[in-house]
Design a protein around this ligand. Sequence first.
Ligand code: SF4
Length: 386
Amino acid sequence: MTRGIGLYVHIPFCASRCPYCDFATAPATTALRSRYLEALRREIAREGHLLGRPRVRTLFFGGGTPSLLEPAEIVMLGDALRDAFVLRPREVTLEANPATLDRARLDAWLALGLTRLSLGAQSFDPRGLRALGRTHQPEDSAAAVGVARDAGLDLNLDVIFGWPGQTIAGWERDLETAVALNPDHISCYPLELRLDPEASVPNWPGGGWPVLERWRVAAAAAQPGDAGLAGMYRLAERMLARAGYRHYEIANWARRGKRCLHNLGYWRDRDWLGVGAGAHTHLAGARSANPSELRAYILRANSGSERVVDAEADPPSEAAMLALRLDSGLDLGRYAARFGDAATTRVRSALREVEPAHLVRVEDRHARLTARGRLLANEVFVRLLP
Ligand code: SF4
């Protein structure tokens, strides 16, 4: 593991629950909070020891809302990470919600080496924030951008399109506002309303699945249709290109030199370790995951039992799908060297099937999604599955 690893640390706590979210989350006030953080400390120590204290190349605190951690909790995490790993990352990202970062918290993150803030702005339209069940106000995002800039941090803005009732003109205004804030990086995600959020239900009190299901069914009925979503995606491509952002991954745009190094590690199929509830790991070609439910995670971390290896994962097809997400595409020569001729023949024939529909362009050793393919990437990916 000479190249080092990417390290993802999952902090599940959120001030409230957004109804479309199916990440592993829990209320910030949960009685399990200190037990969770203690379990996380143990898992970090154990994994660092098992892996021989590898170098961490990139560090990513995601969630949940990690920016809700208190300064003392951030210091504890930093100490645990420095004890367990050679911590010389080129990039340290923190996911933050607007209106959660105060000076004391930011100072603690900066002392841990923070270089990049990923801000969940989602929309700059109060109707959009309400439709998404977000609790912050549009002006909170601009204030958080100012805080990030004053601290010298790189900045990503997450924005969501296709929320119930959003029009193409409304999306254009959101994009204009995002660009005017001059972030280094912008991620644009369509609102996805998968109707199977059991994984996110157990940690929250309240109505549970029936309440969420009602919300999602109503939201899906008020969403723009497929053609509307496609128009919004194309608009983002045009506007962000004009503003000088490179569309380097299906949902991600960056200024020169500002791509997310940690996420590039996922797409390039490198080694990464994920710690915390619901976190995934990819080490030496094997994928594994932690339980999403907090009590189950705490039990696992404290017992020191092995993480659950995903026996159904198919590394060759996953590597192909991940590479195709990037504008650099899939290098079929390198792919053959890594996974062999049989896997490469399978990928080539799957790509040939979608070439007539202009979803991919295959040139000798290289395959890339076309503009249409970026829009309909799942049509390509489904053919790459074993
Ligand atoms: S979308 Fe973000 S803030 Fe909302 S519940 Fe999910 S992780 Fe928490």
